[in-house]
Write a protein that binds this ligand. Structure first.
Ligand SMILES: Nc1ncnc2c1ncn2[C@@H]1O[C@H](COP(=O)(O)OP(=O)(O)OP(=O)(O)O)[C@@H](O)[C@H]1O
Ligand SMILES: [Mg+2]
Length: 361
């Protein structure tokens, strides 16, 4: 997977950008607030179709006009492709148009053309925040590599909505409890699809994450464990009926899943230091990239935003050496200090200043 050219028009603080990206390591250096994260966000949108951070799409549109545009030339499986995401502001909303090689596509048809693995500081929530962020990590990974997963996931959401509203009506005496049977069966069937995909993915991720951590971590052992619903999901759903009726919500199923992250056998959330937690998250992301590579036959573009801060010298250079051996990497930093001289010499270095990017050195 290769990003050849990126053009931005009125995307956040970029009025106009036309960048020819190079294979290998691309380093973007700039002070705070100059546009490093905005650049990575635009690249990530080409893979995910939506911004992973903007709460409202109008946030993405810069001050120059009521419209913005992200255009890219990518290479996937040896084929050149042009991807475009255009936003047009209408009132307080933005209308999004997506094109692949000039033909209109729906938003959910874009992922799969271009794949990235993104690390940015928000991802530290994978350890620090609640289980929903860890489920999102598994979901975002699986929609990229597991055909049918996105559909199972959206069915699961619909089943839970229907089942929960039925539970409330049964509790209010408006419906008979036999009505639940069909939704229980659906929950077990679709839930099992989701659980199997997640369990398999974590099974593949775990050794990759451990290997990566052994290479760049400070000697602790990284383990990840999938915490899914009870093995006999049908029995568990059946047994939770009284509790479900009382709560008006479904208490067992993959919507309650979690991922345990352990460092030397202890919960990374409670015991890990800042730098140890960051190292663990980075390794989960690099393991994700390995899994995507193995499943699709092609290495995703690695997007690493401000990955080096909080890491000691040894971890920084081990991490940089690890990523430099792979495919295309885009990495941001506030200064060139943390980069080993030989890596900087081999990399393409850009400077980012007030929404402008220039070759450096
Ligand atoms: N819609 C928008 N229009 C114009 N400017 C915007 C818009 N959204 C964000 N910005 C500005 O873009 C600038 C650059 O943001 P960005 O997050 O890319 O900085 P950064 O280089 O990653 O900085 P840091 O090192 O602090 O992470 C910020 O000053 C921000 O206010
Ligand atoms: Mg930033």
């Amino acid at each position: 997977m290769l990003l050849r050219r990126l053009q931005l028009r009125n995307h956040r603080n970029y009025a106009h950008l036309d960048l020819s990206m190079k294979p290998g390591v691309n380093v973007f250096i700039g002070a705070n607030g100059q546009g490093k994260t905005n650049l990575l966000e635009a690249v990530a949108m080409l893979a995910l179709s939506a911004s992973p951070r903007a709460r409202r799409e109008v946030e993405l549109v810069g001050p120059v006009a009521a419209a913005s545009r992200i255009e890219a030339v990518i290479e996937a499986s040896g084929r050149r492709m042009e991807l475009t995401i255009a936003l047009n502001v209408e009132g307080d909303r933005a209308h999004r148009t997506i094109e692949v090689d000039g033909a209109r596509r729906r938003a959910f048809d874009l992922p799969g053309h271009f794949r990235v693995t993104l690390f940015w500081p928000d991802d530290l929530g994978l350890i620090k925040a609640g289980p929903d962020q860890r489920r999102r990590f598994l979901n975002q990974l699986l929609v990229q590599v597991e055909p049918g997963y996105a559909r199972s996931l959206s069915s699961l959401r619909r089943i839970l909505e229907q089942r929960n509203s039925l539970l409330k009506r049964i509790a209010a005496g408006e419906e008979a409890s036999e009505q639940l049977e069909v939704w229980n069966a659906e929950l077990v069937r679709t839930g099992t699809e989701v659980v199997n995909a997640r369990a398999k993915a974590v099974h593949e991720l775990a050794p990759e994450a451990a290997r990566c951590h052994a290479e760049i971590g400070g000697g602790e052992r990284l383990e990840i464990e999938y915490l899914g619903p009870p093995e006999d999901l049908a029995a568990a759903v059946h047994n939770s009926l009284a509790e479900d009726l009382r709560r008006g919500a479904t208490s067992v199923g993959p919507h309650r899943d979690d991922l345990r992250v352990l460092l030397d056998g202890r919960d990374a959330r409670g015991y890990g230091s800042q730098g140890q937690q960051r190292t663990a998250v980075v390794c989960l992301k690099l393991a994700e990239a390995e899994l995507v590579t193995r499943r699709t036959g092609e290495r995703p573009v690695l997007l690493l935003d401000d990955v080096l801060s909080e890491l000691d010298l040894e971890r920084r250079s081990a991490l940089l050496r690890h990523v430099a051996t792979g495919g295309q990497v885009v990495i941001t930093s506030v200064d060139a200090g943390p980069f080993p001289p030989d890596l900087i010499a081999a990399a393409t270095v850009w400077s980012v200043e007030a929404g402008e990017v220039k070759p450096c050195g």
